[in-house]
Ligand binder design. Sequence first.
Ligand code: FES
Length: 143
Amino acid sequence: MNEPNRRDFLKRAFALWALISAVPVVGMLAQYLTPGKAATTRETVMVGKTDDIPADTPKIFRFNKEPVVVLLNPAGQYKAFSARCTHLGCVVQFQTEGGPHFGCNCHGSQFDMSGKNVAGPAPRPLAPFRVNLDGKSIYLTKV
Ligand code: FES
């Protein structure tokens, strides 16, 4: 009399376990078959507001996952370029000692305020980004 009940219980427990185990597999399969926006990168990204950037201090924003420097130059134009050093990819920092410039702490490369490489082993300027303003919103596009 007890045997069928125990057997039914075990069948149901196994079916429940199989169902719960299948949920993550089905989810991963669905994600694989229909890649969403999270798997893509966008060509143009709103990174911040003009109020976030003081005239004399560049600021680093995220363009997708890449650090990008945005600054307001003395001519009143917003400029942007990658903050990745063109030597081996360390992130450059804004420095004021010896005049405003971007310095790479990894191997000593220096870039002027237009992103041009001026010292150290960096072989080329920082990669430029196009800046578009929509009101106070700053949009960057990879060039
Ligand atoms: Fe910047 Fe080497 S990574 S100087």
